[in-house]
Design a protein around this ligand. Structure first.
Ligand SMILES: Nc1ncnc2c1ncn2[C@@H]1O[C@H](COP(=O)(O)OP(=O)(O)OP(=O)(O)O)[C@@H](O)[C@H]1O
Ligand SMILES: [Mg+2]
Length: 254
């Protein structure tokens, strides 16, 4: 079976620092895979290279066998790979609903003629996008902010906005860079449940997180990064029991 995502020999250096140093892994549809690793171990850079926000120095990235390297970030998104950023990126001036509709706009099959004449096709696309936005807003517990500018929300709430924006177009693969950093524990458990539900409906997630409980509860498989390389990968239990993982975090080197 062709993997949904395959990454082979990915490498990226910044001014002589090997941020990512030959990383390879695969993901299959319907999995929830975690990426953990100490600060600076190359997790975000790996995601930046996969999603076209950075150009890798070397390596091969494919989605269902089709190479992604030559594509721009927006083309990769359109191919069904959505992502969030470690530093939250939302449209502060737009309302919550508008943020979600904006995330959807690039996937809209309707064209400017539809927009000009307000055709039934546009109205149908519009109302289904609004309905999905409402569902996701409720899921994130942000119902009362539906029409509020996102700029007034707290940092944790903005993280939730970024998360549900990425989910808007029903992507085939969603990569989340620290989705629950700064989010309160009750809400984290709710997000965990929501992601599990979305997975049951067919979604696939790759999640970078420092929150170990979140990763260990949620993921089918965990990939551990250390110094730009994949240290190991396995079930949450296997990774948890691996002495090398603890060493990487404590900075103890043999
Ligand atoms: N745009 C950049 N310019 C220069 N160096 C960078 C850049 N982005 C990342 N790096 C360097 O690459 C290395 C890996 O960084 P990266 O952000 O991928 O780590 P990370 O595993 O996501 O860490 P964290 O858990 O702190 O988010 C670090 O040494 C970092 O300083
Ligand atoms: Mg990072």
């Amino acid at each position: 079976m062709i993997p949904l995502l395959s990454v082979t020999g990915l490498a990226k250096s910044y001014q002589g620092v090997r941020a990512v140093d030959g990383v390879s892994f695969e993901m299959h549809a319907n999995e929830i895979v975690g990426i953990i690793g100490p600060n600076g171990s190359g997790k975000s850079t790996t995601v930046d290279c996969i999603t076209g926000f950075q150009t890798a120095d070397a390596g091969d990235v494919r989605m269902e066998g089709a190479p992604l390297q030559a594509l721009a970030a927006w083309q990769i998104a359109r191919a069904g790979l959505m992502r969030t950023f470690q530093t939250v990126r939302v449209y502060e001036q737009l309302t919550l609903e508008e943020n979600l509709l904006a995330a959807m706009a690039q996937f809209d099959a309707t064209n400017w003629l539809d927009a000009l004449f307000r055709t039934p096709r546009l109205r149908a696309a519009d109302s289904s996008a609004r309905a999905r936005a409402r569902t996701l807003i409720n899921m994130a517990g942000l119902t009362r902010y539906h029409d509020a500018p996102v700029g007034i929300l707290s940092y944790g709430q903005k993280k939730l906005v970024a998360l549900i924006s990425a989910l808007m177009p029903k992507p085939r693969l969603v990569i989340l860079d620290e989705p629950v950093a700064g989010v309160n524990p009750t809400r984290i458990r709710e997000i965990e449940a929501a992601l599990r539900l979305l997975r049951d409906e067919g979604e696939t997630f790759l999640i970078i997180e420092h929150n170990m409980d979140f990763i260990m509860n949620l993921c089918d498989r965990v990939i551990v990064f250390d110094q730009g390389r994949k240290l190991t990968e396995g079930t949450p239990a296997a990774v948890h029991a691996d002495a090398r993982v603890l060493e990487a975090y404590l900075g103890v080197r043999p």
